[in-house]
Write a protein that binds this ligand. Sequence first.
Ligand code: ADP
Length: 292
Amino acid sequence: KITVVGSMSTDFVVTTTIKPNQGETVFGEKFATAFGGKGANQAVAASRLGMEVAIAGAVGTDDFGVAILNNLIENGVDVACVERVTHAESGSAHIVLYDNDNSIIVIPAANNEVKPETIKKFTQQLLSSDLVILQNEIPQNTNEAIIDFCWEHGIKTLLNPAPARFIADEYIKKVTYLTPNEHESAIMFPDQSRSEILAKYPNKLVITLGAMGAIYHDGKKEEIVPAFEVQPVDTTGAGDTFNAAMATALLQGLKMSEALRFANLAAAISVQGFGAQGGMPTLEKMKEQSQY
Ligand code: ADP
């Protein structure tokens, strides 16, 4: 059983060929909404892969919050531990897609209301979990409180440190798995080479390398697990699918190298569909692949 404690939001995506200058109004091409938030994305991805998944976090009492919860429920995610807060809107991301240039404004809103003391409301859920998955889209002190709690109770944790922020060494030691991408890993460990940090955290630190796959240290040597060669149409959510699939595979007893291969396959399928959740595969879809 997996519990994700993390963000849920709506992405508002505008496509335009003309970039407005300051004070200018332009006509764009397209508008779409999509479900997002790294917490929700990872919960949906793990559920589609057949895991029993619950999410804890917060949405507002607005219509966006209702839609976010319905989407999670439709994807088989247990939302009993999601709080509906009256003093903040549901989280949102406002994305403008230009030709080769995207700009994004994230409004965390309710996602910032997941405070350390709210853990009390889902203690039982954490205690009944085989793995708790976290990202960096809820307050840092809440993540720290959950990592401490899980550490004390012997519950495994996976921290996907995205977006990048500083994390004290104490917490890096306490998490079971840590999965930055290259950019996040460079920010988290500015003074150390990739090889040094991989060797320092064998079988814990997994750095994703985009179209190159993922790298970790197995205790004896570094190992790159190569990605699958595909034509990506939208890489949004690749990391989210990767994390959920890695967690799923490890919980099913696969070795790290096998789990990362499974994660690469799930992520490779996900980048061939639009939106973060659009391309996330089900287990059936995974089994249809010749590489499965
Ligand atoms: P993030 O999406 O968090 O920035 P990465 O870019 O490292 O993280 O991608 C995460 C994983 O998604 C990779 O380890 C890989 O398995 C898969 N992936 C990403 N881009 C591609 C691609 N172009 N082709 C195949 N797999 C990809």
